[in-house]
Design a protein around this ligand. Structure first.
Ligand code: BGC
Length: 734
């Protein structure tokens, strides 16, 4: 986020004119308050949805017809800096009040969670990351930025770039998986896509990278739980995505709910000031997560709300989401000298910088044509096409015995499982503004393509199995395609699970289907890696479909029917069974690496290794790797590997480069992803893929947060996943 000198001067001149109350207004993020339209208190309504007394749909209907207070008077008085919402008409009304009726005419930032698309929902991040396609990451983010602007949103609470290694955590769905390097490239591309096209104000928004930081390491995968880690782990893994996002110019960050080594990230001067602002030089601002400041009292780190507010502001938390603590207590704190004016000014300046950079002072309104583009219409064709491309590239073929897939033309397909017929469960967590009309179910995708298909619900993630339907399905088709997995609501925030096998009676359903003797293809819809040991042993073909967004049905149908060759890889390792999370390929070397012998790092009753490791994914063709060479140059290693398409179809492969620092002053990971490249090869073709690994990239952060390059032996690996690699060794003196 670069401002011109003129823009910086304008920010300073506005700051100089502001009263204390107006400054405090800027650090206050408001949401429209729900004030009526139903008979019970709002909190009770949330409870009713949580405990199932009303469905999510009913809750949505109530919300849509509820009456809201948009805090117009506060906006007029300069007491609001930012507002949540996705309604462009309302956004225009509120901006008009802010610009024309407040004393200094400072526009509002309009914030919203646009995590994987707005109207055009594309795959959840854990899926999209598996495309290993930086250009795609950028284009989908750019689409989200354009749609956001058309909805009056200027500030996206994205990208979510938490490295996450415990699949019990429901929020693994929202982020780019377990690897910091893939995550960092994902983060960079997302920031570029959201922010960099400043050719017109309708094309870019301020990104808000989140959740800063280490939220993905919550103990035992339980949401909001504590995180404890060494400084070295923090800097080498969990900070990497954020560092990359700042280097790419991220305009804002959201502090995470968790405490890190005992200090909540909301009030953590080390992460907020020392690392993010002073260290990385971030010139944007930091917002709390919802209610985050108040929760510091519950954490037991602040005596009361006021104390929490003072700690947060002094630590470098610039904006309060949802508690009104800054609004209610900052004046007193500044007047009494517990928060200095310089600290408050710094926060306000950062927020004004973002508004200035977005061009909101000139024209903050959504043009009527943009509003009309989405009102009551299908999403633009180009956006829908991009959602399809993203979905196609994110599908991962996990198993394909006897080349059961693609299905032969004219195969009679018994399509089983209620998820197969759902247009709503394909969307995934954290998507709020989509419309069912834009969504294609798997059933529709197959029918549209003229497949010989008949649908049998039989059962789903919830509820009982239907015996008769199971029998009919087995009788009718030549093959059974069972679409099983998780509902949208089973992943995302506050959706941690201890059991990550197929939910409900779905494994039982699979058993019954397999027992009929018909070949079964399992298509998964899910928001987290599942424990699939039993399925892998018993089902001949498994396709990982995740929650792929509005065009999921088309993408899955194309792959099942062979119109598209699967090319996605896993951005997170899959376990065979429950109980072995956290699970990630790049774990530190133990002194007793797991093996068959007893006194090694293993379980008596479960495999210790991933069933499907990071980077894994099959194709309808096969690739072979050979001739790995590593040459040392002055500042880099030149690495090459030959990749051949040994099958009968053209296919796309993600060639992955890993490294191990064999001997170092700290225990290092057994393997770390350093680079990747996608190549498309015709049947029988081969290519030598070259990588340049800068020597500067071969170091690590020690526990003093210093980046060190240490001489010694390094192993270089290349392959199509993190497990099956060629390897070479080289000694380096830096
Ligand atoms: C989530 C954030 C989100 C915020 C605002 C919080 O509960 O943790 O990811 O951006 O709500 O909706």
């Amino acid at each position: 986020m670069n401002l011109t000198q003129e823009q910086k001067d304008r920010v300073e001149s506005i700051l100089a004119q502001m009263t204390l109350e107006e400054k405090i207004g800027q650090v206050n993020l408001e949401s429209p308050s729900i004030v009526g339209g139903f008979d019970v208190p709002f909190e009770e309504l949330i409870e009713m949805m949580t405990d199932g007394r009303i469905s999510q749909e009913e809750f949505g209907q109530i919300m849509a017809t509820s009456t809201r207070d948009y805090h117009e008077d506060d906006i007029r008085a300069g007491r609001v800096g930012a507002m949540m919402g996705d309604d462009p008409v309302k956004a225009n009304e509120l901006q008009k009040i802010a610009l024309e009726e407040s004393r200094l005419g400072i526009p509002l930032l309009m914030g919203f969670d646009v995590i994987h698309g707005l109207r055009t929902v594309y795959p959840i991040a854990i899926a999209e990351a598996g495309s290993f396609d930086d250009d795609l990451f950028e284009r989908t983010a750019h689409m989200a930025a354009e749609e956001s602007r058309a909805h009056g949103i200027t500030w996206n609470f994205a990208p979510m770039i938490d490295v996450a290694r415990d699949s019990r955590w429901g929020r693994v769905s929202e982020g780019p998986g377990e690897d910091p390097r893939l995550g960092a490239r994902f983060a960079r591309a997302k920031i570029r896509g959201l922010q960099n096209d400043q050719s017109s104000k309708e094309k870019y928004v301020a990104a808000c990278m989140k959740h800063y930081v280490a939220y993905g390491a919550c103990e035992s995968g339980r949401d909001y739980n504590t995180t404890m880690m060494s400084n070295s782990m923090l800097h080498n893994v969990y900070l990497q995505t954020f560092r990359a996002a700042v280097e790419e110019g991220a305009a804002s960050a959201m502090a995470s709910f968790n405490d890190l080594n005992g200090v909540p990230c909301t009030v953590n001067p080390y992460t907020l000031r020392t690392v993010l602002k002073d260290g990385y030089g971030m010139n944007g601002f930091v917002v709390s997560d919802a209610n985050g400041i108040k929760e510091c009292v519950t954490h037991g780190i602040a005596r009361d709300d006021e104390d929490a507010g003072v700690q947060a502001m002094n630590a470098g938390l610039d904006m309060d989401m949802g508690t009104h603590i800054y609004k209610d207590y900052l004046r007193k704190a500044v007047e009494e000298g517990r928060v200095s004016m310089a600290v408050l000014d710094d926060a306000v300046r950062r927020i004004l910088n973002v508004k200035m950079w977005l061009g909101l002072f000139e024209n903050p309104y959504v043009p009527e044509e943009s509003i009309a583009e989405y009102a009551d219409r299908d999403v633009p064709q180009a956006h829908s096409d991009l959602a399809l491309e993203a979905a196609e590239k994110s599908i991962v073929l996990l198993k394909n015995e006897e080349s059961l897939l693609p299905l032969q033309p004219d195969t009679k397909i018994s399509l089983v499982g209620s998820l197969a017929d759902s247009r709503t469960e394909i969307i995934g967590a954290w998507a709020m503004s989509w419309q069912e009309r834009d969504c294609v179910s798997i059933r529709q995708g197959l029918e549209k393509r003229g497949a010989n298909v008949k649908y049998f619900a039989c059962g789903g993630p919830e509820g009982d199995l239907n015996k008769e339907e199971i029998e009919e399905a087995a009788q009718w088709g030549d093959v059974i395609v069972a679409v099983l997995g998780e509902l949208d609501s089973m992943s995302g925030e506050a959706s941690s699970k201890a059991d990550i096998t197929l939910p409900g009676k779905q494994r039982k359903l699979l058993k019954k289907l397999l027992k009929t003797g018909k070949k079964v293809v399992l298509v998964l819809m899910n928001g987290r890696p599942l424990a699939l040991g039993w399925e892998d042993e018993n089902v001949p073909a498994i396709l990982e479909g995740w929650h792929l967004g509005v065009r999921m049905g088309d993408a899955v149908a194309e792959v099942l029917l062979g119109e598209k060759v699967p090319e996605g890889k896993l951005s997170s390792s899959f376990p065979a069974v429950n109980g072995i999370e956290p699970l990630y390929y790049n774990h530190p070397s133990t002194g007793r690496p797991g093996s068959k012998s007893k006194f090694t790092s293993r379980y008596l009753d479960a495999p210790f290794a991933a069933l499907y490791p990071f980077g894994y994914g099959l194709s309808y063709t096969t690739f072979s790797y050979s001739d790995l060479t590593v040459k040392e140059q002055k500042d880099c290693l030149e690495i090459s590997v030959k990749v051949a398409n040994t099958g009968e179809r053209e296919g796309t492969e993600t060639v992955q480069l890993y490294m191990q620092d064999v001997t170092a002053s700290l225990v290092r990971p057994v393997k770390e992803l350093k680079d990747y490249r996608k190549i498309t090869l015709a049947a029988g073709a081969q290519e030598t893929v070259q990588f340049t690994l800068p020597k500067q990239d071969m170091g690590f952060f020690n526990n003093d947060a210093q980046y060190v390059l240490e001489d010694g032996l390094f192993r270089i690996f290349a392959g199509g996943n993190s497990r099956d690699c060629l390897e070479a060794e080289i000694c380096i003196a830096f």
